[in-house]
Each structure stands twice: as structure tokens, then as C-alpha cells.
Design a protein around this ligand. Structure first.
Ligand SMILES: [Zn+2]
Length: 425
């Protein structure tokens, strides 16, 4: 197969990567682990069309750094046809009112089963954690985390308005979440209005995370206004109070609308504060900058390239899947990678174009494996029915996923559609 050089042990002696960043290799594995990586001769990509046996493009399993399993697949029952943020919030509120343990279990199981066969190895999911649905959702997803351990690692984050952490209830919630091995999170800015109390809530959150040894993942600046104000506040507090907690800013969308120089300065401050970023282009491009009767020309999303340039670790996530916030998505990392070429100009043949879906996402989630194949690494692959990046981008590829040296069943999306059985030519 042909594998991106960035996903192969840098110490492994291999021929130089081709102009697509790929190296043709043969892998030996035993007992679920890679035993050896051998170079094989392969012609350049343009010859593969005439080659009767071109080599498939392969990746290592990918990482979803930002999802919402508790509300996934709820969009048909709670639709948001205009796709506005306000209507999403309202539909989310109504849907949460009917959210019970059983329905969260169905959604979580369905999401994990899809993710597994699509080639995801880890998901970080936020959970709406303020309201009567919070405890049942947590109990169900903690149990699913246990059941799926070793297949899809599930990380859970408590999602509340950030001001909640400065209340007595917030303090109790932090201890409760820490007991369950979760992360603390919060919404800073949109869809809520920013207030001076945000600073106190955020500082309380950071102190609670430090006290309980929890990571933090915030929804911050999901907006076209207040350009980067939330990420600036977070980074400033971390630096000022010398708080050392692993912290991820999800969204960071409005920062992308800053002019070059302030954007670069803010990115450098974030790098100094050790903040990571999860960009969420599909939900951002769908919800933000929307005006009736206008096709938007703004791209309100995290400034991925500028952040990478400043040394910030950046991952890309799918965020909402078939819920009131975004009607599409399917926990398919290859679909997200294909989407991000146009939405975010991430070229997967470049190291920093691919890393947000793989190694950088693994780093943000602090996973045991960075996703690089080396002797002793998991014998885990996503082998694609595509011989080049162009082939991968031209059409949704079929795939075969290898986990611990065993092939999984193909994703159900590759089965013939039951909706078309009556359609014969
Ligand atoms: Zn989210």
C-alpha cells in the first residue's frame, strides 16, 4: 500500500516520499502489532492508471476530536430547516426536554458502531450537562465508553454555560465529572451573550480543572462577532495565573475574521499558553454568517494555517451529526477530510493538511498512540479503494479497516441501499 510519510516512523529507512507525500510499503504484523515495515517498488501515480495492480492509499485510523453523541441523529425529529443558530438552540432545548437514557444509549451505540467501521479510533464527545438529562446521559455514555474501550476510545466532556462553574452546583458537578474520568467544558460566547461574569466563570473552571486533574475543552467564539475575544481571555488567564491544565479551544471561529497581524499575535499568545484548537468547519460554515436571501462570502472558522504557523496544535472535528445544529455528517473521518479540502484548504498530501485528522488530533486527546506506524505500533489501518489523493477526492472511496491485525466488516454505507431494491433497469 502507499502510506503518507508522516504516518510512518521517521527513523525507518525508506525511499523518499513521492510528490503526493506517499511511500509504497509492505507491512508485517503479528499478534495485533506491526513487526516490520519494508519499502516496495511502486511506479509514480501517473503510471498507476495503466498499472493493472496499483497500490491502495492507506492511512492509520483517524480521531474525532469533537462530537455530541447525546444529540446525534436527532435532527429529523427536531428539524431546523433555516439552519440558524437561534433555531438550533431552540430545537436543542425542546429535544433535550425529551432526552432519556434509552434514547441517548441508542444514539451513542449507533455513533460508535458507525465510527468503528468507518475507521475512527477515538471520539471526544461533549454532553449537555445542565438539566435533568445530564446525569442519565453521563451514566449511559460512561457505560458505552467501558463497552467500546479498545475499539473506539470515548472521552466525555461536561458542557454547560461557562458561568455555571462559579456556582456551588458547578463545583459539585466538577467533582462528579472528575469521578467519572471526564473533562470539564463550557460555552464561552455564542450562542450565549458574552458577559463580564464570563471571566469569573472561566477562572473558576480552570481552578476546578487544576484541582481535580481534569482536562478542559471549551466551545469558544462560535460567532462572527467579538473577533477572538474568548480565546484571548482563556489564553490570558492561563498565562496570568500560571494554570497548567490541558486545554482545548473548540470552534475559535471568530478569530478567523481578524486581520493578519492581530490574528498572528493572538495565535502566538495561544501557543505560549499551550492552548490547542479544534476547528469545526462543517457546523461553522453552515450556521455562521447566515443572512436571509444571501449566499455568504465569509468563512467563519478557526484560522488553521495561522495557528499551525504559530505552533498551536490544531485538529479538525465533525461536531454535530444529523442534529438541529448540522443536518449532515455520519462519523466518517474520510468524508470530513474530503470536505475540508474545499472548506478549509487542507490538502491531505501535505503533513499539516493531514495531521488535524490524525496525529494532531491524537495529541490533543492525549491518546496512547500518535497514529504513526512503527515496530510495535498497533496493526491498525484504513485501506482505501483509491490509488491517489485525486482518486480519493474524486469519489467517496470504499474502505477496509484493519484493527489489531483483523479486518472489520465494511461500513454499512457500502452495502446496497434497501431504498433502491425496486429500481431495476
Ligand atoms: Zn460542539
Amino acid at each position: 500500500m502507499r502510506i503518507p510519510r508522516a504516518l510512518l516512523d521517521p527513523r525507518c529507512r525508506l525511499p523518499a516520499a513521492d510528490d503526493q507525500g506517499l511511500v509504497a510499503v509492505r507491512l508485517e504484523h503479528a499478534d495485533g502489532r506491526i513487526q516490520a515495515i519494508h519499502a516496495v517498488a511502486a511506479g509514480p501515480a501517473e503510471e498507476s492508471l495503466s498499472d493493472p495492480h496499483p497500490l491502495p492509499l492507506a492511512l492509520t485510523p483517524l480521531v474525532e476530536p469533537h462530537a455530541h453523541l447525546d444529540k446525534a441523529f436527532s435532527g429529523e425529529a427536531f428539524p431546523n430547516p433555516d439552519g440558524t443558530m437561534a433555531a438550533a438552540m431552540e430545537a436543542n432545548r425542546r429535544e433535550a426536554g425529551s432526552r432519556r437514557a434509552q434514547v441517548v444509549h441508542q444514539r451513542g451505540e449507533r455513533a460508535l458502531a458507525r465510527a468503528w467501521r468507518y475507521g475512527l479510533r477515538a471520539i471526544r464527545s461533549h454532553i449537555d450537562s445542565l438539566g435533568p438529562w445530564a446525569a442519565p446521559s453521563w451514566e449511559v455514555l460512561v457505560e458505552l465508553r467501558r463497552q467500546w474501550r479498545g475499539r473506539v476510545e470515548l472521552q466525555l466532556v461536561a458542557l454547560v454555560p461557562v458561568g455555571h462553574w462559579s456556582t456551588a452546583e458547578g463545583e459539585a458537578l466538577a467533582a462528579w465529572v472528575a469521578c467519572r474520568g471526564g473533562l470539564l467544558g463550557g460555552v464561552l460566547g455564542a450562542p450565549f451573550r458574552s458577559t463580564p461574569a464570563d471571566r469569573n466563570g472561566l477562572l473558576a473552571l480552570l481552578r476546578l480543572a487544576e484541582r481535580h486533574g481534569c482536562g478542559v475543552d471549551l466551545h469558544v467564539d462560535e460567532s462572527v462577532e467579538d473577533h477572538g475575544r474568548g480565546v484571548a481571555l482563556v489564553s490570558g488567564l492561563l498565562l496570568e495565573h500560571r494554570i497548567a491544565v490541558p486545554l482545548t479551544c473548540s470552534h475559535a471561529s471568530s478569530m478567523g475574521l481578524l486581520p493578519d497581524r492581530p490574528c498572528r499575535q493572538l495565535a502566538e499568545t495561544m501557543a505560549a499558553a499551550g492552548v490547542g484548537v479544534v476547528a469545526l468547519p462543517s457546523t461553522n460554515l453552515w450556521l455562521l454568517g447566515k443572512r436571509p436571501g444571501r449566499t455568504p462570502s465569509l468563512r467563519p472558522q478557526a484560522p488553521i494555517r495561522q495557528l499551525q504557523e504559530a505552533g498551536v496544535t490544531v485538529a479538525v472535528g465533525g461536531d454535530n451529526v444529523q442534529d438541529p445544529w448540522f443536518p449532515g455528517g455520519d462519523f466518517d473521518p474520510i468524508a470530513l477530510l474530503r470536505f475540508s479540502l474545499a472548506s478549509s484548504h487542507l490538502a491531505p498530501w501535505r503533513r499539516l493538511g493531514l495531521s488535524p485528522f490524525s496525529t494532531a488530533a491524537a495529541q490533543l486527546l492525549d491518546l496512547d498512540w500518535d497514529g504513526v506506524l512503527r515496530e510495535g505500533a498497533p496493526a491498525d489501518l484504513v485501506v482505501l479503494g483509491a490509488s491517489s489523493w485525486g482518486d480519493l477526492l474524486a469519489r467517496p472511496p470504499r474502505r477496509r479497516v484493519l484493527r489489531s491485525g483483523r479486518w472489520l466488516e465494511p461500513p454499512s454505507s457500502e452495502e446496497p441501499s434497501p431504498l433502491l431494491v425496486a429500481c431495476h433497469g
